[in-house]
Design a protein around this ligand. Structure first.
Ligand code: PRP
Length: 207
């Protein structure tokens, strides 16, 4: 599986704010917004463009648009914190939603909602989730997408664990990963180490 690690100095600085246990929820959300911009920016670097002539106030020139904007799919809850920023950068993108909660004992994802277009053939998809830990949630989401015909999926994650990357890679699905960091490992509770804790709880508080 292709893994693109965005280790730009500004990305490292925002990620540090998110990792720091002293960071409050509002500051954590703001850093996630900024980092999402950087991840989406890199994820779209090779996106095909449609070219059309436009008029500036001075002359005619080529204008550029994304030829095939991706469907954005935040994974609830934590991925919601990436959705608005991604949408601001790609305003003509459609958005689908997948709701999953990871069982704290088994670490398996329990689905609780799904709102996706029926047919995804020929459409790139960006899945937004801050964390790729065991990879179970991402794998479940990507299967929902490939079952609908998607063949071009990008997982956009702030952090990834090597175990999750291996799990995704072994599934042989058409996915690439864009992340700000591949961390060291998972601990016994399935948390990424050093990680940043629980991205949902840190944004929204534990419920
Ligand atoms: C977290 C995280 C991912 C998932 C990663 O969500 O946001 O969705 O766990 O773990 P995995 O790779 O082992 O599946 P969680 O289920 O805690 O729900 P939340 O977003 O509502 O906090």
């Amino acid at each position: 599986m292709d893994v693109l690690t965005v280790d730009h100095p500004l990305a490292k600085a925002r990620l540090t704010v998110m990792r720091d246990a002293r960071t409050d929820s509002a500051t954590f959300r703001a850093a996630l917004h900024d980092l999402t911009n950087m991840l989406i920016y890199e994820a779209t670097r090779a996106a095909p463009l449609r070219v059309e002539r436009i008029h500036t106030p001075v002359a005619r020139t080529d204008g550029y648009w994304l030829a095939n904007p991706p469907l954005l799919v935040p994974v609830l809850r934590a991925g919601l914190g990436m959705a608005d920023q991604a949408h601001k950068l790609i305003p003509d993108a459609q958005m689908g939603f997948v709701g999953l909660a990871r069982d704290e004992a088994t670490l398996k994802p329990t689905p609780y909602m799904e709102s996706l277009p029926e047919d995804l053939s020929g459409r790139p998809v960006f899945v937004l989730d801050p964390m790729l830990a065991t990879g179970g949630s991402m794998l479940h989401t990507i299967r929902l997408l490939t079952d609908r015909g998607a063949t071009d999926v990008t997982a956009i994650c702030v952090l990834a664990a090597p175990e999750g990357i291996e799990h995704l890679g072994a599934a042989g699905l058409p996915v690439r990963l864009v992340t700000a960091s591949v961390d060291d490992r998972l601990n016994d509770s399935g948390f990424i180490v050093p990680g940043l804790g629980d991205a949902g709880d840190r944004q929204y508080g534990a419920v």
